[in-house]
Ligand binder design. Structure first.
Ligand SMILES: [Zn+2]
Ligand SMILES: [Zn+2]
Length: 298
């Protein structure tokens, strides 16, 4: 009896393998793109929650935006910020008390989830001793929003501070005012995102924005919309600094800096400056007793 059993020839087998390889090659970029889109959507969702929380807070606190700023050490309970901690201090990178303890963070009761503070595309870790930990935060709030306490001398004093929810409507910023942004993991530091506004420093980065989302960052605005923005300059996309925490990186004629500046704040036209006019202990431009202004590497 003749057997009808027939094996594949080597050529047939190789053909099938080649076809599978071609299909996989076609499919992988599609999958990678879908994954990148998913991360961007999660990040957008995080910032939507962060910006919504800021207005929930303002509504409950006579229109006052949640505190933001810089203080040393961060564990100050009298002048609470939305969250605290400065990533220049290694232990702050893992100290969740600065996010979830109501003694420090105004957001403690508003955002209970760790995931909300971490951009899903931010895979950076921090090493303390021999142990590697994931970071706890990827976002910063526009320095000109909610600032409370001693002003950072490196930022300009003559620009509008948005201390109340109503302040956003009092200025004309056609592109909108950003409130939150995801930050380049090596550059993230204090709760605030600094943008150099003075013309003298218009070519400097204080903080670098993230470029983890297909060369772009996710940005939340004062009208609560959140968008993804792709950077155009290689020096923003592949941020590089020999000293991130001197917060003073020259990037001459970088259009991305212009984009940020346009969405940060506007010159302050009120007679005494917005901070003084609104009260709230603004000490911009002044030294504060016991406050170390000139840390070489903050
Ligand atoms: Zn992100
Ligand atoms: Zn720093």
């Amino acid at each position: 009896m003749k057997s009808c059993h027939r094996a594949f020839t080597l050529v047939e087998l190789l053909t099938v393998i080649a076809i599978i390889a071609i299909l996989a090659a076609l499919l992988l970029p599609v999958l990678a793109h879908a994954k990148a889109t998913a991360l961007r959507i999660q990040c957008t969702n995080n910032e939507k929650q962060l910006v919504t929380a800021s207005f929930v807070y303002a509504t409950d606190n006579r229109d006052k935006m949640p505190g933001n700023g810089r203080q040393t050490p961060p564990a100050v309970t009298t002048n609470k910020f939305w969250i605290q901690g400065a990533m220049v201090n290694p232990s702050d990178n893992t100290n969740t008390a600065y996010l979830f303890n109501a003694n420090y963070a105004l957001y403690a009761d508003l955002i209970p989830s760790q995931k909300t503070y971490l951009c899903p595309a931010d895979r950076n870790t921090v090493k303390i001793g021999a142990v590697t930990y994931p970071r706890i935060r990827s976002y910063e709030m526009n320095a000109y929003v909610g600032w409370s306490g001693a002003w950072d001398y490196r930022l300009d004093t003559n620009y509008k501070l948005f201390r109340k929810q109503g302040d956003f409507a009092s200025v004309s910023m056609t592109e909108g005012t950003f409130v939150f942004i995801d930050v380049q993991p090596d550059s993230i530091c204090w709760p605030f995102f600094g943008v150099m506004m003075a013309t003298t420093y218009s070519n400097y980065f204080f903080n670098f924005p993230s470029s983890a989302h297909n060369r772009g960052a996710v940005v939340a605005y004062a009208d609560s919309h959140v968008e993804w923005h792709q950077w155009t300059d290689g020096r923003t996309i592949a941020a590089k600094s020999t000293s991130y925490h001197s917060h003073h990186e020259l990037s001459t004629a970088n259009a991305d800096l212009g984009w940020l500046r346009e969405r940060t704040t506007v010159p302050d036209k009120s007679p005494n400056g917005s901070g003084n006019a609104n009260g709230g202990g603004d000490k911009r431009g002044q030294g504060v007793a016991g406050y170390q202004y000139f840390e070489p590497n903050d």
